[in-house]
Design a protein around this ligand. Structure first.
Ligand SMILES: [Zn+2]
Ligand SMILES: [Zn+2]
Length: 154
């Protein structure tokens, strides 16, 4: 297993990507990326806003949405859109998969070698060329499972 890159390395990667794309890494973009790179819980735009706004007075929720969407469009970050919940933003752009808790909607990364060798369906017949995929598992996270158990006992 490769070790997780440090925040510094992640930010350097983002800087490079932005440079390649010819977009300036503004103070706002940097703050938003930094906040995203520091967490692994796939925050919503609102959660990013709440985290970043104290250090960036005058920053609006709309700006945060716009910056996140711009970064998604550039391929600097990924958007995990699971049906029925708010869009989550993900600093990890490598192919990986997600576990979602149906109680608290937490999204956790999951990597499994078996998922790297998936036989893709023959979608060409439908005129569809598959370029990527991700697997979305749903269930109950340990915290929620513990709460459920405690609730049952009480
Ligand atoms: Zn949960
Ligand atoms: Zn992820």
């Amino acid at each position: 297993m490769k070790s997780a890159p440090s925040l510094h390395e992640k930010m350097k990667g983002f800087e490079e990507l932005c440079r390649e794309q010819g977009v300036p890494l503004t103070v706002q973009r940097r703050a938003i990326l930094e906040s995203l790179a520091q967490r692994e819980d796939h925050p919503t735009a609102d959660q990013v806003y709440e985290k970043v706004s104290p250090s960036l007075p005058g920053l609006s929720r709309t700006t945060v949405y716009r910056v996140l969407e711009t970064l998604v469009g550039l391929g600097v970050i990924h958007k995990a859109n699971h049906l029925g919940s708010a869009a989550r933003y993900d600093p990890n752009t490598e192919r990986h998969h997600h576990l979602t808790c149906l109680s608290c909607h937490r999204v956790v990364d999951v990597e499994d070698d078996k998922l790297k060798r998936v036989d893709l369906p023959k979608a060409r017949a439908q005129g569809f060329e598959i370029t990527d995929y991700s697997v979305h598992f749903k269930g109950t996270c340990p915290d929620c499972a513990a709460k459920l158990k405690a609730g049952r006992k009480a």
